[in-house]
Design a protein around this ligand. Structure first.
Ligand SMILES: [Ca+2]
Ligand SMILES: [Ca+2]
Length: 220
């Protein structure tokens, strides 16, 4: 009887560790950031010195940093960590499971995309990373995913994209039309916020982006 009870406690303990704890962690993930650990991973250290910023301000404690892989033009989450603000953190970027059909994680040499999730607003923003090339124990600093990889970020900066704000001043008006026209004509305007100017998101600045920008201005 005693043995039976111990057995029950042991099982319950395991159940708690393996099911309750992961489900609590999962509940805290930003929407759409679900991911599954696999047999392969690349560990990315995000030291305090990387000082992740959102629009120039330090990332808030409790915000998320996620790693994303490209799956047919759609970015999918393959690992995330909560930014603490007082300790270095690290995130495992999980690789694809070769025994499952489809792509569930990174392939070798995939570009590692990073995103921030700011809970206060809330919003999800793509971030620009630079990598340390001299961190102890690191074996990669090319920004690409490698099985058994260990890398560390040097910087991580994200800027909110305001569609149409090609001159990066926080509002969308006729000045943005002029800036985008100048860019198309090769006049190299500065500042120029490419991601904001590319209103149709096709990675090319064209007259199509101008039309959408005009529509944004007219919609007020
Ligand atoms: Ca503007
Ligand atoms: Ca475009």
């Amino acid at each position: 009887m005693i043995m039976k009870r111990m057995h029950f406690h042991y099982l319950f303990g395991l159940t708690a560790v393996f099911f309750i704890v992961p489900s609590l962690l999962k509940a805290q993930l930003p929407p759409g950031w679900d991911y599954a650990p696999s047999y392969s991973s690349h560990v990315i250290v995000i030291p305090l010195s990387a000082n992740p910023t959102l629009n120039g301000e330090p990332l808030s404690t409790g915000d998320h940093i996620g790693v994303f892989y490209d799956n047919g033009g759609v970015l999918k989450c393959a690992g995330a960590v909560i930014w603490d603000g007082t300790f270095n953190v690290s995130v495992s970027a999980w690789g694809d499971d070769p025994y499952e059909a489809g792509k569930q994680g990174f392939y070798d040499n995939d570009l590692i995309h990073l995103k921030l999730y700011h809970w206060a607003t809330p919003e999800e923003i793509e971030a620009e990373a630079t990598w340390q090339n001299d961190c102890p124990g690191c074996n990669y600093w090319d920004g690409l995913w490698h099985d058994f990889g260990l890398s560390a970020l040097a910087t991580l900066q994200a800027t909110t994209i305001l569609p149409g704000d090609s001159n990066c001043d926080g509002t969308v008006n006729v000045l943005d039309i002029i800036t985008t026209v100048n860019y198309i004509m090769g006049l190299d305007p500065s500042p120029f916020c490419f991601a904001s100017a590319d209103t149709n998101g096709d990675a090319v600045i064209s007259v199509l982006d101008l039309i959408i920008t005009v529509n944004i201005i007219m919609a007020g």
